[in-house]
Ligand binder design. Structure first.
Ligand SMILES: C[S@@+](CC[C@H](N)C(=O)[O-])C[C@H]1O[C@@H](n2cnc3c(N)ncnc32)[C@H](O)[C@@H]1O
Length: 538
């Protein structure tokens, strides 16, 4: 049985197809020993322990031509791991852990270009440095059912004479396809769910809307997929079929117009202890299992009853799972992509009834007035795109106390919702979702004591981390790596920073004493809350 787990992060929509770097994160106890799963029976002398570089090899026939993976060997130990271990060790975190996660078949979400001809369609990624699409029918990173759905799509294109997109001419019908797998089917035993995942297919169609002359072919293709692998076919592979209409000549994959065509509209996955809904238009982590591991780890760093701000929140998977796991007093999610709002609302509708948090989702740009989102929070979680944190947010995090003083002194209009006049802020607030707690809370003026940074961009993370530490307002307490993107040079990092309450950060203590202090600190928040707010049931 393979015990390794990996996880990947999704590149931005415009760079995903050309990038050789997929985001990756791995988890192990320490960053060095080979995975347990590689050890064969030690009592059997005819069965030597294999070399992990071979047993953890990619063994993918597309490796030389495809840009998706950048290294073939030692998938359980991305090249960057040694550097990451040293980096954290130099900052006083000697127990950096790395979760190797699942090494093959981990990618549950893939965006693929469709090129070539209707007789010979190519469905895959660009060759490094070009816009030549490489067919990758046997991709080892894809969940096997993504490969199966791609083959079905290929048959449909050929049979129905669907014209793949021609970038030079701007002609053709099918530009891209996004395949997302849900592995959450409770009618199956848990052990069988992953391999029986169902695929949500989103076809990116080169027309403005469903009234274009090529719509007949689009419907025929959707029906072909559904007839052959929909819920009433012999092999049920397809969860649903969607279309995204896109005619722009730039590299952006999706346009703004989405339509659900066939199958179940709602797509559910189960991560971090909650059901999450993911529309094809909203951000979703590509490595579902690894993301789940990361969330389980992250929960432990959030004190019970905390107020949490989740910046770069997508559809709120992190914030909402924390709300449930840590019985949060409030969770505020901030996300720039308005398409994630519906998924957030659906996820909220399935939260356990006993959840008693103030929960909100705001369609807003984190880089604009970031302090306004942080005030009143005990914990801030940031999960930015690969480029890292917005400079304005870094600045606020480095100077939280002085921002708080300024806000108080001027009774900043930003903090007074009723008096807010700026149209862009008002628009953001209109778009927000607010679920009130049954308990009435006093407005908190607290500032975050804990910063949890989830990163898929190692280089930007290092820069942001140094910048935060050089302010002397934060110290790095823990760091974990996750193999989100095996076969690439990326890892996903979960780093926990603590804020100095007064002036600069005290020198970090080590050993047993520190441990005791930490757990006391974790309890302190809860205990203080209980004293101040006896009506809040933890
Ligand atoms: C790496 S994803 C993380 C999403 C989410 N935390 C999750 O795990 O599903 C980064 C998210 O940040 C959003 N984003 C990018 N720039 C932003 C900004 N300036 N303000 C708010 N959100 C932003 C993206 O739309 C994307 O959903």
């Amino acid at each position: 049985m393979v015990l390794l787990l990996f996880s990947i992060q999704q590149p931005s929509s415009s760079s995903l197809i050309t990038s050789r770097l997929a985001q990756c994160s791995v988890r192990t106890q320490t960053a060095s020993p080979p995975p347990q799963s590689l050890s064969l029976n030690p009592n059997n002398t005819n069965n030597p322990i294999p070399d992990p570089s071979l047993t953890c090899a990619l063994q993918c026939q597309h490796f030389d031509s495809c840009s998706g993976c950048s290294h073939e060997w030692n998938l359980h130990r991305p090249l960057i791991l040694d550097e990451a271990t040293d980096f954290f060790s130099n900052l006083g975190v000697s127990n950096f852990t790395f979760d190797t996660c699942r090494l093959w078949g981990w990618r549950c979400r893939a965006k693929l270009a469709v090129r070539g001809t209707s007789m010979n369609p190519l469905i895959g990624l660009y060759q490094e440095g070009t816009h030549n699409v490489v067919d990758i029918p046997f991709c080892r990173a894809h969940h096997p059912n993504i490969n199966a759905a791609v083959e079905l799509l290929r048959q449909g294109i050929i049979e129905l004479d669907v014209e793949p997109y021609d970038e030079d001419e701007g002609t053709g019908e099918l530009r891209y396809v996004q395949m997302a797998v849900t592995t959450y089917n409770t009618s199956l035993p848990a052990a069988e769910r992953y391999r029986n995942g169902k695929v949500q297919v989103a076809l990116v169609w080169n027309s403005r809307n469903e009234n274009s002359p090529s719509s007949e072919k689009l419907n025929a293709l959707a029906n072909f997929l559904w007839r052959n692998s929909g819920s009433s076919s012999k092999v049920h592979l397809i969860h649903s079929v969607w279309v995204n209409f896109q005619t722009s000549t730039n590299n952006i994959i999706f346009g703004n117009r989405w339509r659900h065509l066939l199958g179940e509209r709602d797509f559910w996955e189960h991560v971090g202890g909650i059901d999450i809904s993911l529309a094809p238009s909203s951000f979703g982590q590509a490595n579902t299992r690894a993301f789940d591991s990361l969330l389980q780890k992250l929960h432990k760093y959030v004190p019970y009853g905390a107020s949490v701000t989740d910046l770069y929140a997508g559809a709120g998977a992190i914030g909402l799972s924390v709300a449930v796991a840590r019985k949060c007093r409030s969770v505020k999610c901030i996300e720039i992509n308005k398409e994630s709002k519906l998924s957030f609302e659906k996820t909220v509708s399935r939260l356990p009834k006993h959840v008693d948090s103030n929960i909100s989702w705001h369609h807003a740009d984190t880089s604009i007035e970031p302090f306004s989102w942080l005030e009143g929070s005990d914990v801030v979680v940031v999960d930015p795109p690969r480029k890292g944190l917005d400079p304005s947010l870094i600045d606020v995090l480095r100077n939280l106390a002085s921002y708080a003083r300024k806000a108080k002194a001027s009774e900043s209009a930003v903090l007074k919702v009723k008096e807010e006049k700026r149209p862009w802020i008002l628009r953001e607030r209109e778009a927000s979702i607010q679920i009130e707690s049954k308990t009435t809370w006093e407005k908190s003026q607290s500032l975050p004591e804990t910063l949890i940074y989830i990163s898929c961009g190692w280089e930007s993370f290092k820069e942001d981390c140094r910048s935060l530490l050089s302010s002397k307002r934060w110290h790095l307490e823990k760091a974990h790596g996750f193999n989100f993107f095996p076969g690439t040079e990326s890892i996903e990092v979960l780093a926990v920073f603590k804020r100095a309450s007064g002036g600069s950060v005290k020198k970090k203590k080590t050993g047993k004493k520190k441990k005791k202090k930490k757990s006391q600190k974790g309890d302190t928040l809860k205990d203080e809350r209980q004293k101040k707010e006896p009506s809040f049931s933890l």
